[in-house]
Design a protein around this ligand. Sequence first.
Ligand code: ADP
Ligand code: MG
Length: 325
Amino acid sequence: MSDPKLVQIRGLTKHFGKAPALVHAVDDVSFDIARGEVVGLVGESGSGKSTIGRLILRALDLTAGTVEFHGREIGKLSQREIRPFRRRMQMVFQDPFASLNPRLRIKDIIGEALDAHGLAQGAARERRIGELLEIVGLQADHAARFPHEFSGGQRQRVGIARALAVEPDLIVADEPVSALDVSVQAQVLNLLQDLRQRFGMAMLFISHDLDVIELMCDRIVVLYLGRVMEAGPADVVSRHPRHPYTKALLAASPRPDPDARHTRDLLKGDIPSPLSPPSGCVFRTRCPLADAACAKAVPMMRNAGPDHYFACIHATETTSPEHVR
Ligand code: ADP
Ligand code: MG
């Protein structure tokens, strides 16, 4: 059998700017995405989620590390060399208003994706556009319309149709419902789940909302200030989190159980500036377990069970069951 990993990233690092204004956006991040797997990337705003998505798609150049896609190292390919891989990975953006060109009709927005890879011409192209619109729950005759004629949820469906046009193996969905009304968020999440069942593509699903991540993902990668704090199967990480940051995120997320609410403000203060991340463990300035040892070295990843890792030198206990749903 061939290597089952679709994406394998190792030591992924992205710094923006120059010292003394060097932004540590992503530091030494490693994780895999298997074929057909949905991996959730969760963390507060500014933790480096979007940057990781863009690095994998090579919309940004890496500072260091490697990105393997289908076993090929693509981290250092030129923009021209990367083109054949672009067909296999697509992005769905947070803001369906900004991500669709307002001057193009829907058929041209989706058609552009087909044309870029020479996928369909003439009548076949038109049929395919109609089919894609129906796949995402719109109508074939919507093709002649402009983006402003649609609601936010419908525009996001167009964005998803554009991503599907090339039959990608990987979709990076960057906060795909965060800009939508709460009432339509569930519909778009359901659509993404249906599409994943139907077409079997893998997804890197980016969200600051752990509840959405739990719902959508097979595996979770918890990010803080550009570094991985914990990674593992979604149900294991949410029921038995090991890292104090994961525990704080879970406690901060609204639970149906009112007794769990007292733990909400577990996470004190703001995320430090990525211009000068704390030495050692980047989470230590907000961590209830932190001591002098935490400032000395970046914690090694520790194994907590099958495919479950966390980066903390102190955390030994799993969360007691009454703190989780
Ligand atoms: P998230 O998606 O988790 O909110 P981002 O990946 O957008 O986080 O950003 C991570 C950090 O990198 C932030 O501090 C952000 O300000 C910084 N950053 C992102 N893009 C750039 C850029 N093009 N130039 C400079 N800094 C950037
Ligand atoms: Mg982002």
